[in-house]
Every structure is written in structure tokens, then in C-alpha cells.
Ligand binder design. Sequence first.
Ligand SMILES: Nc1ncnc2c1ncn2[C@@H]1O[C@H](COP(=O)(O)OP(=O)(O)OP(=O)(O)O)[C@@H](O)[C@H]1O
Length: 216
Amino acid sequence: MNCITVENLSFSYPGHVEVFNGLSLSIVNGEKAGIRAPNGSGKSTLFLLLAGLLKPASGSISLWGKAMQTPDEFRKTRLKIGLLFQDPDDQLFLPTVEEDIAFALLNRGISREDARQKVDALCDTFQIAHLKKRVPFHLSWGQKRLVSLAGTLVTEPDLLMLDEPTAGIDDTVIETILNYLEGFRGTMLVSSHDRNFLDRICTSRYLLTNNRLEKC
Ligand SMILES: Nc1ncnc2c1ncn2[C@@H]1O[C@H](COP(=O)(O)OP(=O)(O)OP(=O)(O)O)[C@@H](O)[C@H]1O
């Protein structure tokens, strides 16, 4: 069964050139798909469209076989999705790191104690336990990246969409992230310019150029 089916998707930012014109793709359940592309070709835009945060001009998006037609359908389905934004400043918004990582759990009705345990475990894994009481806004860029990644993974989503997860992160921590993602059992769509990173965790690779997403 497909996790993601996109047919004939077209999208332009208002007043700008079109990003997609007739893009189609399908990602099967459990696939770990790596996307590479030149800068500005639309990777981030694709993730935002798939999460229902941008609206296509035409075409269809189905997630787990269900056509996503209304904002409400996307909102409900997003509970099963973890989306890591390319820029952590678009993602972090609460007064402390631990509150930010816990947000998606509490939003899903998980108790404070269970949320605290999951946050603590992930902070230990990503070596960011010392940052828990810090203000996300004041962290370094790499630290923000790790905190936003923890906040994306903490709900153990069925579909992970990671936009440049290793940008600005040092090699030892990249290894920790790789180890974690190698054990991830859901479906994953990950964009990166780091070919080695994609080779380690992906079961399929795609190249996005000239409006087309082609297996490579
Ligand atoms: N909010 C916006 N308003 C107008 N144009 C935008 C906006 N966001 C992105 N674009 C444009 O849309 C195109 C696709 O951008 P996008 O960020 O999706 O590409 P990308 O493949 O993720 O790039 P990169 O690898 O450089 O991060 C680019 O030409 C970009 O300038």
C-alpha cells in the first residue's frame, strides 16, 4: 500500500514562478526515500504541500490511500506525521527546550509524566539533556536543529519527513542520528545534500529536477 500518492501536482508561490507543474510520486509504506536536488528546486515546498501547510493549485495528494481534500483532513492526518522544517526557527516557539520537545506529545493527550519520560530519553540519546531548561531562541543553530529533530521524533510518527536533518550538525552527532533513524520502522522522506547520510538510511533515492522526481 502507498503511504504517499501525488498526482499531477502544480504549485506556485503567489507572484512568483511555478515550483511544480504536474509532479507525480508514490512512496510505499515502510519506504525510506532520500531526495537530492539542486538548491531552490522545491524540496521544502514539497514537504509543506504533503503536510497540508501549502495548498496546491491543482492535482491530488493521498496519504495512506485517503485523498486529502480539506484542511481538516490534513489536520487529523498530521497527527501521524513528523515534519522537520528546514529552518529550526520556523519550528521552535515555546519558552524552554523541554516544553518545545514535549509539545506534540501533550497536544496528542499524553500525560505530563509520560511526556517527561519520553522527552528525557530522547534528550539523553541526542546529548541535549543539558539544554532542557534553556530558551530555544538563544541556542546555537546546531543545537536548535537537534531540539527540533527531537520534537519531531518524540511522537514516533508513522511518516517522518525530514528537511535537511544534518545541516549544521557535527559528525559525532550525525552518527547518533543515523543510529536512531536506522531503527525507525515507519515511512520516511528525507531531503539532504549529504549523499553518505542518505546512503546509510534510505531504501530508495530520488532526484528532483526540472519539476520531476525521478528514481535514481
Ligand atoms: N515563501 C516563498 N515565497 C516565494 N517564493 C518562495 C517561497 N519559498 C520558496 N520560494 C521559492 O520556491 C522555489 C523552491 O524553494 P524551496 O525552498 O522549496 O527549494 P529547496 O529545494 O528546498 O531549496 P534548498 O535546497 O536551497 O533549501 C525557490 O525558487 C524559492 O526561491
